[in-house]
Design a protein around this ligand. Structure first.
Ligand code: S3P
Length: 444
């Protein structure tokens, strides 16, 4: 028998042999942001909500479990299908224990807003990474609405949300472009007296606004401002969730850099607040075709074809940063393979994601022989020849998957440490990548 340490190391690391090409028609799992929101709104609605395409990843399953713990009856998930018996805005029950939300920042921030308006107390906890993430960005404006939420002295989870507070609507100008903060306040706004308005400094993903409308709840949008009136009703509905462009991003970058690659990513959500990856890769010279366009559940979808091409470095326009915020680990790999220099600025948010993505990616790229200079709010990458080597993902799913794609052009094998959290957003990544042509396996 293998010693336990070795067994656990086996499943934590990815070993990727160099070379290969990505080919074929691929469908990546359902959108993470939309999956969280479908569970939340489905639970709060009157009547039944039927979801298809739900992401069965650890993060969204944490949200699903939280609502079961609050007394909501949920069938599934089975093959991406979930049936929620909504309890209405006033129908949630006090959980018996603190809710554990694993690695999921979206769960804790959105639920903080929702639970601020309940009659009972809730404690939200998470893993080591989540326990380091800043929560004042939601707790401060929620306190202005009348919420009573305690954090650690550092403003991190666990959060103790005290029930029985009266919330009132405010107008809040967000200091950072954050869809999580916006959504948290809108959910609190469902319980507030009067109107809750959020003004964003730059457009961020608008899935909450679209889905609230889909559940029959009026949302007013005027330029950078979105407002909601408390005291309405959500009506159960059907939600069809498209494939996640943030998961497709790894294959888009892999296909762009891997010689001879040609992939078609099916039924991907191309909401304009999420398509920064397409714009940035195109500016770098990638050949990307958008086909088979349509709309499902109020969200635009398309098939995205990407073929290998010669990439060149660019200055990434700052207005594209919030529209590609989760795709930078993958984009840094593209930059490492591009001719010349790529400069990113205005992306300090990357330092407070599941890991400090600027540092983790810079360290990994340097270990693979690439000049990658972190700055306070970005990075400067000189394209070059990627070598094999060992890199550490620091438990960050997106860094792990990004480094895996680097192997397509690396001169030697890449060992990626600490990859278990890939399951938070992309169950089946290894199998899908392997089937598409990446020589990836679990290893030690
Ligand atoms: C998300 C918003 C983004 C993103 C996260 C998911 C969401 O975070 O990074 O992965 O579902 O609202 P911020 O809104 O904090 O930028």
């Amino acid at each position: 028998m293998q010693p336990i340490e070795e067994v656990s190391q086996d499943t934590m690391a990815f070993v990727v042999a160099p070379g290969g090409a990505l080919r074929g028609r691929l469908r990546v799992p359902g959108d993470k942001s939309i999956s969280h929101r479908a569970i939340i709104l489905g639970a709060l609605a009157e009547g039944i909500t039927q979801i298809t395409g739900f992401l069965e990843g650890e993060d969204t399953l944490a949200t699903l479990q939280a609502f079961r713990d609050l007394g909501v009856s949920i069938e599934g998930p089975e093959g991406g299908r979930v049936k929620i018996h909504g309890v209405g805005l006033q129908g949630l029950r006090a959980p018996e224990e603190p809710l554990y939300l694993g690695n999921s920042g979206t769960s804790v921030r959105l639920l903080a807003g929702l639970f601020a308006g309940q009659s009972f107390d809730v404690i939200l906890r998470g893993d080591e990474s989540l326990s380091r993430r800043p929560m004042r960005r939601v707790c401060d404006p929620l306190a202005r609405m009348g919420a009573f939420i305690e954090t650690t002295a550092q403003g991190t989870p666990p959060l103790h949300i005290h029930g029985g507070q009266s919330l009132y609507g405010i107008e809040y100008a967000m200091p950072m472009a954050s869809a999580q903060v916006k959504s948290s306040l809108l959910l609190a706004g469902l319980y507030a007296s009067g109107r809750t308005c959020v003004v964003e400094p730059a457009p961020t993903r608008d899935h909450s606004e679209r889905m609230l409308a889909g559940f029959g709840y009026p949302v007013e949008r005027e330029g950078a401002k979105v407002c909601i009136q408390g005291g309405g009703t959500l009506h159960g509905t059907v939600v069809e969730i498209p494939a996640d462009i943030s998961s497709a991003a790894f294959f888009m970058v892999g296909a762009a850099i891997g010689k001879g690659s040609d992939v078609l990513l099916e039924h991907v959500g191309i909401n304009p607040t999420r398509t920064g990856i397409i714009d940035i890769l195109r500016r770098m010279g990638a050949e990307i075709e958008i086909k088979e366009t349509g709309v499902v559940g109020g969200e635009p979808v398309a098939a995205i074809r990407v073929r290998a091409s010669r990439l060149h470095g660019i200055n990434i326009p700052e207005d594209l940063v919030p529209l590609a915020i989760d795709e930078f680990p993958a984009l840094f790999i593209a930059a490492a393979c591009a001719e010349g220099e790529t400069v990113l600025a205005g992306a300090g948010e990357l330092r407070v994601k599941e890991s400090d993505r600027i540092q983790v990616m810079a360290d990994g790229l340097q270990a693979l022989g690439i000049s990658a200079q972190p700055t306070a709010d970005g990075i400067i990458i000189q394209g070059g020849e990627l070598q094999g080597g060992e890199v550490h993902s620091h438990g960050d799913h997106r860094c792990a998957m990004a480094f895996a794609m680097a192997s397509l052009v690396a001169k030697g094998p890449i060992i990626i440490r600490d990859c278990a959290n890939v399951a938070t957003s992309f169950p089946g990544f290894l199998e899908l990548a392997c089937g598409a042509g990446l020589a990836i396996r679990h290893g030690k």
